[in-house]
Design a protein around this ligand. Structure first.
Ligand SMILES: CC(C)(COP(=O)(O)OP(=O)(O)OC[C@H]1O[C@@H](n2cnc3c(N)ncnc32)[C@H](O)[C@@H]1OP(=O)(O)O)[C@@H](O)C(=O)NCCC(=O)NCCS
Length: 170
């Protein structure tokens, strides 16, 4: 039986209670609902949610756009839904949005110990470029960049990821 492709759409204010509940489940130092309201109110932010049939919102992610750079501010998938390529779908949506907004480079911070997220970012061409001391209360952050996302090499990378997901959904 073919699986139903999850739906990705822009996050709205009415999604925030659900998103904030998921955030509290996923992170030790979660953003409050107020932070999400403030983020959605800013012009240079773009947040998306991913929904599956039956489960509703099972993940979300966000971007901060400044000039040529797009900063991935957050990405999370519900624990029981991980390993089903939803993180890749969220990343694809964020890359699409960054490109549409004219960004040429992507950056993010990730916990040094968070190897599964780092692996996801590597698939999207992110390289580690340095560390930010005490970025989290209890841990340093690894700073990662994916540069020249407007180049054809990067378009090829993204097309390959998209194709692999289409094959999974088929
Ligand atoms: C990081 C996160 C968003 C990934 O979501 P996901 O839906 O499980 O990711 P996917 O199924 O799309 O997997 C994408 C890739 O990530 C890597 N990955 C995911 N889970 C992994 C794990 N448990 N171990 C190792 N690699 C893993 C794999 O390389 C995978 O690609 P593959 O399936 O082709 O091997 C999810 O684990 C999460 O919400 N974690 C908690 C929040 C978090 O740490 N966010 C990042 C903050 S910087």
């Amino acid at each position: 039986m073919a699986s139903v492709t999850p739906d990705i759409r822009t996050m709205t204010r009415s999604d925030i209670p659900h998103v904030a509940a998921l955030e509290a489940e996923v992170y030790d130092q979660p953003w409050s609902p107020r932070v999400f309201f403030d983020e959605l109110a800013m012009d240079n932010r773009h947040y998306v949610v991913i929904e599956t049939e039956g489960s509703g919102i099972v993940g979300y992610g966000g971007l901060l756009l400044v000039d040529d750079d797009a900063h991935i501010t957050t990405i999370a998938v519900a624990p029981e839904e991980r390993g089903r390529q939803l993180g890749k779908r969220l990343m694809l949506a964020l890359v699409d949005e960054a490109l549409a907004a004219g960004a040429r480079h992507l950056t993010l911070e990730v916990r040094l110990s968070n190897s599964s997220a780092q692996r996801l970012y590597e698939i999207f061409g992110f390289d580690p470029v340095g560390k930010r001391k005490n970025y989290y209360k209890d841990e340093d952050a690894l700073v990662m960049w994916a540069t020249d996302i407007d180049a054809s090499d990067y378009a090829d990378r993204v097309a390959e990821i998209r194709l692999s997901l289409d094959e999974v959904a088929r």
